[in-house]
Structures are given as C-alpha cells and as structure tokens.
Design a protein around this ligand. Structure first.
Ligand SMILES: Cc1cc2nc3c(=O)[nH]c(=O)nc-3n(C[C@H](O)[C@H](O)[C@H](O)COP(=O)(O)OP(=O)(O)OC[C@H]3O[C@@H](n4cnc5c(N)ncnc54)[C@H](O)[C@@H]3O)c2cc1C
Length: 285
C-alpha cells in the first residue's frame, strides 16, 4: 500500500482545486481497508473525486483514496454478472460489459466515477441509474467493524441518493452488477452516442464536477439560472459555465471557497425568485 505525507490532492479532485492533506493512503485490497479502519476511523474517503468540493487548502487529517488501486473487475459469464472493487472506474465496468456482449450498463461509459462513488450517489443519466443494475454490495460497517453484504432493495436508492449518503459509517468495498445478454455493436453504438451527446452539451474543456445541484421537482437547474442571468457569473476562479449553467467550472485557479461562494449566491437568487431551496448534489469536505 502506498502512503504519502503532505499529499497534494490537486489530481484527486476533478475541480482541480489546490489542496493538501497531512497523509494519504492508497489501499490495494479489502484487507488493507479493514486494517486501516481498525487503526483509526478518522479518514476522509475519496473515490475518484468527481463529486467532491475540497473547501480547504489544507486538511490536517488523513485521506483514503480508492481510485486507481483498489480496482479489480471480474466477470461471471454464466450469470451475466460483473463484480468490481470500490476503486474500479465505472468506465471499465461498462467496457468489460461491452466486451462480453452484456447490456444495461452503457450509461456508465461517460460518467467519471469509481464504483463506490457510483453506488453512494446512485449515479445515472437519463438512460439509467445504478439502482437499475446493482445486484448487491459488500461494505465495511464501522459501527461494529464487520464486513457485510446487502442486496439492491435494502440500499434505500433514490434520485442521486442511497443509504450510504445518510450513513457515512459504511465503506463500500465491492459491488455486483446484474446485466443481460445483448448485441455488441448496439451496445457500442449506445455508448458512443451517449458520450457524443453529453460532450456537446457539457463544459468538458474546464475542470468541473458535473451537475452542482440536484434537479428540483418539475424544474431544470440550467434554464432557471439562465433566466436569472447567472450564466458566466464568476467569483474568483469559479464560474457558472457559459456552456451549461448547471455546472460550475474552474476557469482560473479556483479555490474551494470560490466554488462555495458561487453556490451560495445561486441558492440565494433561486430562493428569492423561484422560492425553491436548491440542494447541492456534490459532497463538500
Ligand atoms: C464531467 C462530469 C460529468 C458527470 N456526469 C454525471 C452524470 O451524468 N450522472 C451522475 O450521477 N453524476 C455525474 N457526475 C458526478 C460524478 O461523476 C458522480 O457523482 C460519481 O458517482 C462520483 O463518484 P466518485 O468516485 O468520483 O466520488 P467521490 O467524489 O470520490 O466521492 C463522492 C462521495 O462518495 C463517498 N465515497 C466514495 N467512495 C466510497 C466508498 N467506497 N464507500 C463509501 N463512500 C464512498 C465519498 O466519501 C464522497 O462523500 C459527473 C461529474 C463530472 C466531472
């Protein structure tokens, strides 16, 4: 397991905010994760950092980073099931499925995420969400330090939400995805078309963390902010994207504070004009 002191987190958060932590651990196995939590529970956990706002320039604490190391992916061909460790990218899950003619997980292809993060957030697009394909999950319960498994129906999935958001004393170790047989060419076509559609609308040219706010019932965030004239609104280096107002982009060395200030301003304006309490989708650390 790799361990670093005074670790630079800039490449581990997709806003590319400059931030450091006292120590960073990169576990490679379930045993590593359990052993670390047995030594202390005082960790900040990052999957691939694509839904996280690092609000501080320095964290006097230890980070656990799953992405890119705790990442084995396997397939059970007779049952059409893919299993993946929490640090695996969901891109790899979708590409493994495609390679084996399995359909159902094409929507993962263009969501930047670790498997653990995707389960926590019930990540999804218009084409599907994690809840539709997750069979079961294995996790470490910090309340009694036991490794447990739960099936889909027990995970409290809602729109961009799961029991793991309400109970952050549960550490996802592995997930199983139930897929079905499909046609490889059609699967590839869905993946490519979805990616092209998304890239044409999203500000991929600047660092960002996807949609900032959850969609309120009956409304879309982007058009609401456009109506308020907030497209391009900037504080420090953080800007409401000129391409898609639902995103905040780092246009010039944004700090976590710049991002949070833009969020506060948007929430205040939306409350004033639409009487809606916007809920932030991203996790603020
Ligand atoms: C360009 C872009 C496009 C995006 N498009 C979409 C989209 O279409 N749909 C969508 O749903 N999201 C989208 N997102 C947001 C993001 O990709 C998802 O929320 C993703 O699931 C976050 O996963 P992550 O591993 O990066 O999570 P992180 O940001 O690393 O973590 C998110 C939260 O999950 C917790 N967590 C992570 N791993 C574990 C674990 N193993 N056990 C317990 N808790 C854990 C963390 O502690 C944190 O609180 C987009 C982001 C970007 C940058």
């Amino acid at each position: 397991m790799r361990v670093y002191n005074n670790f630079d987190l800039v490449n581990y958060n997709s806003y590319r905010v400059n931030s450091k932590c006292k120590k960073a651990y990169f576990p490679e196995s379930e045993e590593d994760v359990v052993a670390l939590y047995k030594s202390t529970k005082d960790f900040v956990l990052l999957g691939s950092g694509h839904n996280t706002i690092l609000s501080k320039p320095y964290y006097n604490t230890s980070f656990l980073v799953f992405n890119g190391n705790f990442n084995a992916v396997a397939i059970n061909e007779s049952e059409n099931v893919i299993s993946a460790e929490a640090g695996a990218s969901i891109l790899e899950v979708s590409e493994t499925a495609e390679k084996h003619n399995l359909t159902g997980v094409e929507f993962y292809y263009d969501i930047p995420s670790s498997v653990g993060g995707a389960v926590v957030m019930n990540a999804g697009t218009k084409e599907g969400e994690t809840k539709n394909i997750l069979k079961k999950v294995r996790y470490l319960d910090l309340t009694d330090m036991l490794v447990k498994e739960k099936v889909n129906e027990e995970l409290g999935f809602e729109y961009r939400n799961s029991m793991f958001q309400k109970q952050n004393d549960k550490i996802i170790l592995k997930a199983w995805f139930q897929l079905t047989q499909g046609n490889r060419l059609e699967i590839r076509k869905i993946m490519d078309e979805s990616k092209a559609r998304r890239w044409s609308k999203q500000p991929r040219e600047y660092p960002n963390s996807g949609s900032v706010f959850k969609r309120p019932p009956g409304k879309f965030v982007g058009p609401m902010l456009d109506e308020l004239g907030l497209k391009g609104f900037t504080i420090g280096g953080a800007q409401i994207s000129k391409k898609h107002s639902g995103f905040i982009v780092n246009v010039d060395n944004a700090t976590g504070n710049d991002i949070l200030s833009v969020i506060d301003h948007v929430k205040t304006k939306v409350k004033e004009v639409f009487n809606i309490d916007l809920e932030v989708e991203q996790r603020i650390i």
